[in-house]
Every structure is written in C-alpha cells, then in structure tokens.
Design a binder for this molecule. Structure first.
Ligand SMILES: [Zn+2]
Length: 165
C-alpha cells in the first residue's frame, strides 16, 4: 500500500481587503484551516504535507475575503455567488461519481441486494457530496470569527463613515 502522510494546520494570514463596489481598502487578518497530504513517510513527507496544508489554509483564507461583507458599504464580491454554485456542482458530481463507482464495486461483491444496495449507494453519494461541499464551505463558515479588519488603517473612504460591525 502506498504510504501517505497527512497534516492539518490553522494559520492567520495577513492581507489587504479591497471592496470592488466602493473602493474601501483595509489591512485584514484572516484565519484559515487546511489539510494536506504528501506521499511517503518521514520528515520530508511531513514537511511537504504541512506545506500542502498551509497552502490549503491560505486558499480558504483568500476565498474567505470574497465572502466578507465590506465594512463600509456592506456589499460582497459578486464572485462569491459563483464560488457557491461551483461548490454545489462539484459536490453533486463528486457524489454521483463516487456513488456510481461504489455501486459497481459493491454489486460485484454481492454484499447487498436490491433495496439495500440502492440505499448503500445513495448513502455513499450523499456522504461524499457533503464532504466535498463542507470542504468548500470552509471559506464561508464562521466569517465573523475568522476576519479582523484594521479599520484604523483603512483607506478609500473617510474614516468617519466606517461602520464598525
Ligand atoms: Zn464597499
């Protein structure tokens, strides 16, 4: 069996929030969690898996900024919508694909028959679809807890009009 090393990380990333609607800009801290894997076993694999996890956390953090309502005008980046649609499509396709594969494998084994097989395939498809969706949903879950704006250093609008949320 192929050896795989897994890693998890949670990191705080520093970036700049830019609102496409009103031009508001502010330094921002975003917290993201990530998972990664690397082939092999040992110190190098652990480092590679951690780097992979760190990149995943960075992606989650970057996408989180797309879902944050602008502290000034309250609008979100319009690509947030297409991210959610993509997540749903990937989840459905992944679920159907895995369900079909699982069905073929399991029906060959004759472990289940008839209704039980259909139910097992459906359960497998739903679990995989949910897992894919939840992995993508990390970008828009718990935004308020994971994002901190440095409003004192905001630009693009008069500071007096900045609404603290
Ligand atoms: Zn704005």
């Amino acid at each position: 069996m192929r050896q795989v090393t897994g890693a998890r990380t949670s990191e705080t990333f520093e970036g700049t929030y830019e609102c496409k609607a009103c031009g508001f800009e502010a330094p921002v801290l975003v917290y993201g969690s990530g998972r990664g894997t690397a082939g092999g076993w040992g110190r190098d694999s652990a480092a590679a898996a951690l780097a992979d996890a760190s990149q995943d956390a960075g992606d989650v953090a970057a996408w989180t900024l797309v879902f944050v309502p602008c502290p000034s005008c309250g609008k979100r980046d319009p690509i947030a919508r297409s991210y959610v649609i993509t997540a749903i499509v990937l989840a459905v396709l992944g679920g159907l694909g895995f369900g079909a594969l699982f069905g073929v494998l399991v029906s060959g084994e004759r472990l289940f028959d008839g209704g039980a097989l259909k139910l097992a395939v459906l359960a497998a498809a739903v679990i995989v679809a949910l897992a894919i969706f939840l992995a993508k949903a990390r970008a828009f879950i718990g935004i308020r807890r994971r994002v901190a704006f440095d409003l004192a250093r905001a630009t693009g609008i008069p500071p007096a009009t900045v609404v603290r949320r």
